[in-house]
Structures are given as C-alpha cells and as structure tokens.
Design a binder for this molecule. Structure first.
Ligand code: I3P
Length: 126
C-alpha cells in the first residue's frame, strides 16, 4: 500500500546521504559493514533507503525504506573510539540497536546530529 505516502511527504524533515553501519542488534554486537545510505528523518522515525543514483530526483515515493528506527527514547552522541573515521555519530535505539553514521563533511555530520537530536528532544516532551 502507498497510503502512507501523502503523510510522509508532509513530514520529511531532512533527507540525504550518509555512510552507515549497524554495530549492534538488540544489544548484541555486530560486525561492521559500512555502506552508503539515504537517510530520511520524518515524524518519529529515521528511515534508511537505498542510496538513489540521482539524489535530486529522490522523493518519498521513489522506493520503500530498507529499514526504519523509532526515535522515541533513542540516544545520540559523537562516537569516540568506535571508528577510525572522522565526524562519526553514534546512534542507539531504546531496543538496543546501534548505528554509526558518518560523512567526511563535518557540516553534513553536524546538521544530521542536530536534526536527529532535535527530534529526540521533541519526543521526550510528548
Ligand atoms: C572492518 C572495516 C571497517 C572498520 C572496522 C574493520 O573490517 O574495515 O571499515 O571500521 O574496524 O573491522 P572488515 O572489512 O574486515 O569487516 P572503521 O572504518 O569504522 O574504523 P573495527 O573492527 O576497528 O571497528
């Protein structure tokens, strides 16, 4: 069904490319596997899509998310000692799924950090 799409189109707060690896599932450590991912911040969710070939042509209707996480109760911090890469965000859901999100651009990483943190804060006060 595509009934969620009109709603999603109105609530997309931010979308763009980041490098991503999941490092834990339900608190269990996973082997890192960095991939380029298209992130969409909308409503209470952070969604991960396949990286589109032409970023400017992406719309919420282009494809379905590969996965999605609930931002309620999530935590975000700058990763220290978790990667050799720079500008790495450490993100953890309430269910114990952990991700590293990274861009070589400090500005891009900072923007995502602030945007995700903003949504998490907003949800705390709901
Ligand atoms: C991992 C891969 C990652 C690296 C990770 C390696 O090896 O090279 O890029 O993390 O380091 O284990 P493999 O490809 O063999 O799975 P960073 O790039 O984030 O440093 P780690 O094991 O020290 O976390």
């Amino acid at each position: 069904s595509t009934s969620h799409l009109p709603d999603l189109m109105h609530t997309v707060e931010k979308a763009g490319q980041l490098n991503k690896t999941k490092i834990a599932e339900g608190g269990r450590k996973l082997r890192k596997s960095w991939t380029s991912s298209w992130l969409v911040l909308a409503g209470n969710s952070l969604m991960f899509y396949k990286d589109p070939k032409v970023a400017a042509e992406w719309t919420p209707a282009s494809s379905r998310p590969e996965s999605s996480v609930d931002l309620r109760g999530a935590r975000i911090e700058w990763a220290k000692d978790l990667s050799s890469k720079r500008n790495v965000i450490h993100f953890r859901t309430v269910t114990g799924n952990e991700y590293l999100l990274q861009s070589d651009s400090e500005v891009i990483s900072q923007d995502w950090y602030q945007a995700i943190k903003g949504v998490i804060r907003r949800l705390v006060s709901c």
